[in-house]
Design a protein around this ligand. Structure first.
Ligand SMILES: Nc1ncnc2c1ncn2[C@@H]1O[C@H](COP(=O)(O)OP(=O)(O)OP(=O)(O)O)[C@@H](O)[C@H]1O
Length: 507
């Protein structure tokens, strides 16, 4: 027996379903509404997790004294929990009293009771009445973000009785500067309608504030509006919601509905020290070798949306590049005995006693737990691999695009970076097959794909390898969260649970 069955309803009333013209009894509980047509057994149970909100309406006929309760639901097929959500509205007329005013007063009680229950579930830690700050990049992806805001997001916010402050970004780094100066206390959360690049800007803007330790705790939400939209895919994947096989508009609407049901969840961020000594913060990935080449080179196919990556990958595999590099890392505790699948990969394990900040400085020690200055050797307890790499990818969320489940083990705050690399030796055919197997994470089973979980790493790119020669003038492209950074020695450390991401995680 569920707790709702032993509780008495908060409200119970008879309505007429406007569409079917049938009588219906509704019982409201803390988590659900029961719909009874004839029997004492409910015909339908609406979980309040599937309800965006309600509104009050009046009939068109001037003699109609009834008042209407309208429910906006986004329901999955009950027989298929992994189905898309479908919007269904229930228009329920109430006419127990003889005047419209009396009926309206009673329906208003339902509306405010529902609003209170739904808002209580939102951001329980913050002020319910604060608006969202919504940042929209009108030029993201194939240029749909503005329409997504007006046609998909606004209607759901209105159904859920949520308010927002809209800001269109005007150029690169606009959002970064905006959140650096914004009065964050005025907002419940920051929502980004764009690709992953704009979220990267927002996170870095927050980290550049004087009050960054509190600023970075502002809950962040992502609504897909760009081409890859990896963060929205990860939120949907970890919330057990569909994210494939639907248009960006439907995906955005579903994501927006889920945001109205979301709570703030701790999010791992990664601090990078770039070769020019700048510090940037990242939520998604670091790419070098083939993935970075594809990401940058496929920019010119942005009009294709997500398809741009598939096209770029095929082109780059045909003209495969190999880069020599030195990869040093602090393995996660469960990877201390890490051995590569390919026995020809040699790991340099320092035997000298562990010294965390060997050659480090006080400044580095105060900022980082593992990193020493970039111009000094890595500490003694790090492991080092020097190889010719075809692929080198670090992720801290599961997906880098809707069809690339790079690290199935990753969660929002598992406290680690997940490194995948492939060294020279893989054939073009094998690589093509492997790229076709990334949707379910099956690439990790391939004997030439290496995987290691780390807390910190350093990558020193050496040069492009061709015909046994190393061209040190070409060290490839490096990308953090899909944004180019200067190529050169780079290092990174995980910052466990530093940020907060909005997601409706199911138990
Ligand atoms: N109004 C704007 N006009 C032009 N560029 C902008 C504007 N606002 C932001 N930008 C920049 O556009 C770049 C791309 O944005 P974003 O990553 O959000 O979309 P995308 O690249 O289309 O999507 P994805 O990252 O999913 O592939 C970012 O570097 C961002 O700083």
């Amino acid at each position: 027996m569920t707790s709702a069955e032993i509780e008495s309803p908060l409200m119970s009333d008879h309505f007429i379903n406007y569409k079917s013209k049938t009588k219906i009894k509704l019982e409201l509980y803390a988590n659900l509404i029961r719909f009874y047509a004839k029997n004492s057994i409910p015909d339908f149970i609406l979980n309040l997790n599937d309800l965006a909100g309600s509104s009050i309406g009046k009939g068109h006929n001037k003699d109609d004294t009834s008042s209407y309760l309208i429910l906006y639901t986004y329901i999955k097929n009950p027989n298929n929990p992994s189905s898309k959500r479908k919007r269904i509205t229930y228009e329920l007329s109430y006419s127990q009293y003889s005047t419209y005013e009396q009926n309206l007063i009673h329906v208003s009680k339902w509306h405010s009771q529902l609003d209170n229950i739904l808002k209580k579930r939102l951001y329980s830690h913050s002020d319910k009445l604060k608006p969202f700050l919504v940042l929209v990049n009108p030029n993201a992806g194939s240029g749909k973000a503005k329409n997504i805001y007006f046609e998909r997001v606004c209607p759901i916010f209105s159904e859920a009785n949520l308010s927002d402050v809209l800001v269109f970004t005007q150029q690169q780094n606009f959002a970064r500067e905006y959140v650096k100066e914004a009065k964050l206390d005025d907002f419940a959360a920051i929502l980004v309608i764009s690709g992953d690049g704009l979220m990267h800007e927002v996170i870095n803007g927050l980290m550049e504030r004087k009050d960054w330790p509190t600023a970075i705790k502002t809950p962040l939400g992502h609504i897909p509006g760009g081409s890859a939209n990896a963060l929205s895919c990860c939120v949907a994947y970890l919330s057990k919601e569909v994210f494939k096989g639907m248009s960006i508009e439907s995906f955005a609407a579903q994501t927006c509905f889920n945001l109205t049901k979301s709570l703030a969840n701790p999010l791992d961020l990664v601090a990078f020290e770039l070769s020019d000594r700048r510090i940037v913060h990242s939520f998604l990935s670091f790419e070098w070798a083939i993935i970075a080449d594809v990401d940058l080179e496929s920019e010119k196919y942005r009009f294709l949306g997500g398809m741009r990556f598939a096209l770029g990958a095929v082109k780059r595999i045909i003209n495969l590049r190999v880069y020599r590099g030195r990869f040093s890392f602090v393995p996660a505790d469960d990877y201390l005995d890490y051995e590569p699948k390919d026995s020809s990969i040699k790991i340099n394990r320092q035997k000298s006693p562990i010294d965390f900040n060997d050659g480090g400085s006080e400044e580095m020690e105060s900022k980082f737990k593992h990193l020493s200055p970039l111009d000094k050797p890595v500490p003694n307890n790090w492991l080092t691999i020097e190889e010719d790499f075809v692929l080198f990818l670090v992720t801290y969320l599961p997906l880098i695009s809707s069809d690339f489940l790079a690290s199935p083990q990753a969660t929002f705050n598992d406290g680690h970076m997940h490194v995948i690399f492939i060294k020279q030796g893989i054939t073009k055919t094998e690589l093509l097959k492997l790229f076709a197997n990334t949707e379910n994470g099956d690439h990790l089973k391939h004997h030439l794909v290496e995987y290691v979980k780390v807390k910190a790493f350093r990558l020193e790119p050496i040069g492009l390898v061709s015909n046994g020669q190393v061209d040190t003038s070409n060290r490839g492209i490096m990308m953090v969260d899909g944004e180019s950074v200067p190529t050169g020695p780079i290092q990174a450390e995980i910052m466990p649970s530093l940020g907060n991401i909005l997601a409706n995680l199911k138990e």
